[in-house]
Design a protein around this ligand. Structure first.
Ligand code: FPP
Length: 246
C-alpha cells in the first residue's frame, strides 16, 4: 500500500531523517463511533504499526511518537490503566518483529511513574531491540518537554556548582546533550493528527526548525499513505533555517 507515493518520494530525493508525531484524536474517533475512549487508543495502535512500517520503507532514520504526556496522568484512572495495558500489549505483540526489522526502541520520559508491568515491558523491549540499526523508534511516555529542559538546566547548574563546568561553556550543544534526545538529530518534520494547531509541550527545544504538518485525519485512521503524503509535502517545502534561499 502506498507504493505509488513511495515511488514519488524516491524521485524527489531526500526524506526527513527524523519524523516526530503527535498522535491525536483517538478519543474523538471513539466518540464518533459511540465507543469508550480506550477503544480509540486501541485502534490507534494499528496506526503506530503503519507509521513504523512506512518509516522503514521510506528510509526515515528516527521516529519519535508522543504516546503519553505528563499532563495525561490527570485523565480518568480507567483510561490511564487502559493506556498502560496497551503499552504492554504493543510491546508483547511487536517486540519480535521490531527486533527482526532492525528497529531500536527507546522510551523517553519519567518511567518511574509507569505501572510495574509497563516498566518491565519497556525494559524488555529496549534490551531486545538494542542492536537495531534500521530505525530508532522513540516512544515519549510520561513525557514533558518543559520538564526535560528544566532537568537539563538543573544538571548544568549542578555541574557548574561542582566546578566541572564553566558558565561560558554552556552553549546550545551543552543543553542539547543533556536532553533525552541527545543522541539523535532534531526532527525535520512534525506531524500532528486531528487538526489541532498546538505543540502541547512536545520537543519544544528540538522542534526549532522542524516543518509542521497538521492533518485533519484522526490518529486511528492515519495510515502509511498519510505518512507518505506528509513526507511528500515536506519535500516540497523550502527549508531556510532563518537564512535566505540561494
Ligand atoms: C491522544 O488522543 C492520544 C493519546 C493520549 C494516546 C496515544 C496512544 C496510542 C496511539 C496508543 C498506542 C501507542 C503505543 C506506543 C502503545 P486523545 O485521547 O487526546 O484524543 P482526543 O483529543 O480526540 O480526545
Amino acid at each position: 500500500m502506498g507504493g505509488d507515493l513511495l515511488q514519488r518520494i524516491r524521485v524527489h530525493g531526500a526524506v526527513p531523517q527524523h519524523v516526530a508525531v503527535i498522535m491525536d484524536g483517538n478519543g474523538r474517533w471513539a466518540k464518533g463511533r459511540s465507543l469508550p475512549r480506550p477503544l480509540g487508543h486501541h485502534a490507534g495502535m494499528k496506526s503506530v504499526r503503519e507509521v513504523v512500517a512506512g518509516c522503514l520503507d521510506a528510509g526515515v532514520e528516527v521516529l519519535t511518537l508522543f504516546a503519553f504526556s505528563q499532563e495525561n496522568w490527570q485523565r480518568p484512572a480507567s483510561e490511564i490503566e487502559a493506556l498502560m495495558a496497551l503499552l504492554e500489549e504493543y510491546i508483547a505483540s511487536e517486540s519480535a518483529e521490531l527486533s527482526e526489522r532492525g528497529v531500536r526502541v527507546r522510551v523517553l520520559g519519567d518511567r518511574d511513574r509507569l505501572t510495574e508491568g509497563a516498566r518491565a515491558a519497556v525494559g524488555r523491549v529496549e534490551a531486545q531491540t538494542a542492536d537495531g540499526r534500521a530505525l530508532a523508534l522513540n516512544l515519549c511516555i510520561s513525557y514533558s518537554s518543559r520538564g526535560e529542559i528544566t532537568r537539563a538546566a538543573r544538571q548544568l547548574a549542578e555541574e557548574v556548582a561542582a566546578g566541572r563546568l564553566r558558565p561560558e561553556e554552556i552553549d546550545e550543544d551543552a543543553i542539547a546533550r543533556r536532553l533525552l534526545t541527545a543522541e539523535w538529530p532534531d526532527p525535520d518534520l512534525l506531524i500532528r493528527t486531528s487538526g489541532e494547531m498546538r505543540i502541547s509541550n512536545f520537543l519544544l527545544w528540538q522542534l526549532a526548525y522542524a516543518e509542521l504538518y497538521v492533518t485533519p485525519v484522526l490518529w486511528p485512521d492515519f495510515t502509511r499513505r498519510d505518512l507518505f503524503e506528509a513526507i511528500l509535502e515536506f519535500q516540497r517545502r523550502d527549508r531556510r533555517f532563518g537564512r535566505v534561499t540561494a
